[in-house]
Design a protein around this ligand. Structure first.
Ligand code: NAD
Ligand code: ZN
Length: 508
């Protein structure tokens, strides 16, 4: 089947009977955006591939309209690549503003572009390669019902692409949704002994209702289960349960279950399909997305594992109602991190803080929207950098000091997210001391963490044993580590920093 291919600028020019430059000259940018928005709306109900201008999604409700009516694909580029592609700068009125302004514009548009369902990396790729990546991504996820896409994101990795869905109530539809995946014989649900009693039986019932053979496999809750022993016994259990190469592993739980079940799926018969059904805020926004799977060894966390992308991530925020308060708060530390990576989310994170601290979690629009947007940031980052060569490293914001605090406290004393919260405060402080941050970001970040009920007393943690741990950070290369600094919400950078300089700043 072929569909028509149209260009929004050409449609605008035809409609107005003048060039884009002439429209800008006649009515300024405001006038142009109005015409653009009208033209876009007039095309929304036709079937076509439409190429829009770079500004189109950034004005009015254009992005919402596009998401509601179809699939939005962001052709992600570095700024230098984008500039290099322009043949005739005189046709681009916004470029006349100078380099710094263009960079500012580029940065401010990234969070908007990331709202596209698909963020497809294009740097260094020929147009045919990009087209093939988009096509194989759409084919790989073609089983997803169309209506679900308006609130979902995709991880774009060619034929290994998959949807990341967050919808209240979607748990009950799992049987039907998985039916859309390629045919399979049976599903092994891996869960832990907190989540299993709450949702295990229902999950099996829902899957059987969808026509699957389903078995339930329960591990002890907690980090201790990310071990070679539990991994090994799970593999045996799944073989005994009759799983074959066509089977699917379904990870029902938090990051522990997701990492372990993902690694089992990556290894069993050299790899079977895995579907992630995250049940913690952390797993919904982070660990279930991106395909990092693994277990711990006596030498450290996550030292053995594999990249193994899931076929789908289905998050149902209703399941969060049973998540213990402390877990919810700790996950909030990581949400604040996302707010710092994407400044457009930060105000909603601030609004969410008191709700996180409440004894009963309200699963409302704000919570669902924050989870979706954080998950979309993770999905876009993974799409651009699956193996963590650059961009994905920014996800470690707050973790250099956070990990040191977590380890010095003794694993299990502080939850990871609690330590990350403190690490974020440290990152703000270091950024300020290096002259890189604006305003009192440390106070703002401290306030939002405190409202959510997290420990913000960084001073108490800047002990010698914590500082000593910073040396053994695995991200360290030579005497320098790549510290992730933050200028303001949305503006982070990898900053090479001498370890001793970092310690000096922190011990002031
Ligand atoms: P977790 O899986 O240990 O879950 C936290 C606790 O909440 C557990 O006791 C669990 O049984 C319980 N629980 C989970 N969902 C529940 C629910 N809906 N109702 C009631 N109780 C529930 O912890 P986590 O914070 O989700 O994940 C932490 C793990 O994730 C770590 O092992 C970390 O290494 C890993 N991680 C992985 C990645 C990745 O990219 N793969 C990223 C970040 C973290
Ligand atoms: Zn983390």
């Amino acid at each position: 089947m072929s569909v028509s291919q149209r260009d929004l600028d050409a449609e605008i020019e035809a409609r107005e009977g003048m060039t884009i430059a002439e429209i800008f000259a006649r009515s300024g940018e405001d006038g142009f955006r109005k015409v653009e928005s009208e033209t876009l709306a007039s095309l929304m109900n036709e079937e076509m591939v439409l190429a829009t201008g770079g500004g189109t999604p950034c004005f009015g409700d254009n992005m919402d309209k596009m998401r509601a009516h179809g699939m939005v694909v962001h052709l992600a580029t570095e700024l230098s690549t984008a500039l290099g592609r322009i043949e005739d700068p005189s046709t681009r009125p916004l470029l006349a503003q100078g380099e710094a302004e263009v960079k500012k514009l580029y940065d401010s548009r990234q969070p908007i572009y990331r709202r596209a369902q698909w963020n497809v990396a294009t740097d260094g790729k020929a147009p045919e390669e990009v087209a093939a990546a988009i096509e194989s991504g759409l084919l790989a996820t073609g089983w997803m019902p169309e209506f679900l896409w308006s609130h979902s994101s995709a991880v774009s990795l060619g034929e290994r692409s998959y949807p990341v869905v967050c919808e209240s109530g979607i748990f009950d539809s799992l049987g039907a949704l998985l039916g859309g995946l390629p045919p399979e014989s049976s599903i092994a649900v891996i869960t832990d002994d907190n989540v299993g009693p709450l949702y295990g039986a229902r999950c099996i019932e829902i899957l059987e209702g969808g026509g699957f053979r389903a078995s339930l496999h329960q591990i002890a809750a907690g980090e201790g289960s990310k071990s070679i022993d539990v991994f090994s016994s799970l593999c045996d259990e799944l073989i005994v349960a009759g799983l074959d190469r066509k089977s699917t592993v379904l990870a029902l739980g938090g990051g522990v279950v997701g990492d372990l079940a993902g690694f089992v799926a990556a290894s069993l018969y050299r790899g079977v399909r895995v579907v992630q059904v995250p049940t913690t805020i952390l797993a919904m926004t982070d660990s279930a997305i991106g395909g990092k799977t693994g277990i711990n060894t006596s030498h450290g966390k996550n030292l053995v594992g594999a990249f193994w992308q899931p076929s789908a991530v289905f998050a149902d925020p209703m399941l969060l109602q049973t998540l213990p308060l402390r877990e919810r708060r700790a996950a909030f530390g990581e949400l604040v991190k996302y707010g710092l990576l994407d400044g457009t989310i930060f105000p909603d994170i601030e609004a969410l803080a008191p709700k996180i601290a409440a004894s009963e979690l309200a699963v409302d629009d704000l919570l669902v929207s924050v989870i979706r947007r954080c998950a979309a940031v993770k999905a876009a980052i993974v799409s651009a950098d699956e193996r963590e060569s650059g961009l994905r490293a920014t996800l470690n914001l707050g973790h250099t000091v956070g990990h040191a605090i977590e380890a010095a406290a003794g694993y299990g004393t502080l939850l990871h997210g609690e330590a990350v919260g403190l690490g974020l405060i440290a990152a703000c402080r270091v950024s300020r001391e290096l002259g890189l941050s604006q305003g009192d970001l440390e106070a703002r970040v401290g306030a939002v963490l405190q409202t959510a009920g997290l420990d913000t007393d960084l001073e108490a943690w800047l002990r010698d044993d914590v500082l000593a741990r910073i040396c053994v950070d695995k991200k360290r290369t030579g005497r320098h580590l790549n510290f992730i600094t933050v200028k303001s919400p949305g503006q982070v950078a990898l900053t090479p920093l001498d370890v001793d300089e970092l310690k000096r700043i922190l011990s002031r």
